[in-house]
Design a protein around this ligand. Structure first.
Ligand code: CA
Length: 238
């Protein structure tokens, strides 16, 4: 399986390429953002890109944005030395699927790669041959066959992570779901990290779902987590 590593620090490159080669991956390396972007655009056989944020020339965020703008859907795992929420949010906003904060253990990197491959390989996921499975709550619908969401019949474009999050919420309506439960169900058990990412994605999802609809469906349960449910009649709409 071919992976592209875009990273400028020789020590990190050496550890990652050695480790991943031993694990059976074929790793190509680009030492800066511009050449990495070109390699990714010219070579659709990469199954995953490991992308450092701090790079000479074009930085990782810009590379990621350019790839997504070019409709490259390859999974992107970002490496960041700056563990601030702002950087993480910026990385995820630019279209990255996951991130890892340096320094990390090789095993952790491998676990994230496996997790991303599982999520992003539609061919590996058995497609049900039954009637379309539609999950719904109030005027919100999710078709798990076509992976499309809509509210009052108007379609909502979701990223892969937002889709999984909404699917999990819709499968567990009117139930308090803790951030940890959501993290484990949506990001996987090996996604061993801060639950802040759950809040970030809940907010993304809320914005999309509520765009033309003032009625909130995803409710914050203070101190506990989130709950998907219909609004009560006497409740305000926030
Ligand atoms: Ca770097």
């Amino acid at each position: 399986m071919k992976l592209l590593l875009i990273e400028d620090e020789p020590a990190v490159v050496s550890v990652i390429t050695r480790g991943l080669s031993e694990a059976g991956y074929e790793v190509s390396v680009a030492p800066d953002g511009n050449s990495g972007l070109q390699m990714a655009l010219n070579n659709p056989s990469f199954r995953l890109i490991i992308l450092d944020v701090m790079l000479p020339g074009m930085n990782g965020i810009e590379v990621c944005r350019s790839l997504r703008a070019a409709k490259q859907e390859v999974p992107i795992l970002m490496l960041t030395a700056l563990g601030t929420t702002e950087n993480i949010v910026m990385g995820l906003d630019s279209g990255a699927d996951d991130y890892l904060i340096k320094p990390f253990k090789l095993q952790e990197l491998e676990a994230r790669i496996r997790s991303l491959m599982r999520r992003k390989s539609p061919v590996d996921i058995p497609v049900p041959v039954t009637a379309p499975a539609v999950l719904s709550l109030a005027d919100l619908e999710l078709n798990t066959d076509t992976k499309t969401a809509s509210r009052q019949g108007k379609s909502i474009a979701l990223t892969a992570t937002e889709y999984r999050l909404l699917e999990y919420l819709l499968k567990n309506p009117r139930k308090v779901l803790s951030r940890l439960e959501i993290l484990e169900q949506v990001w996987g058990i090996e996604f061993n990290m801060n639950t802040k990412v759950v809040d970030v994605y809940i907010n993304y999802l809320r914005k999309k779902i509520n765009k033309h609809h003032p009625t909130e469906l995803i409710h914050t349960v203070v101190g506990l987590g989130y709950m998907l449910r219909e609004n009560k009649a006497d409740e305000d709409t926030h």
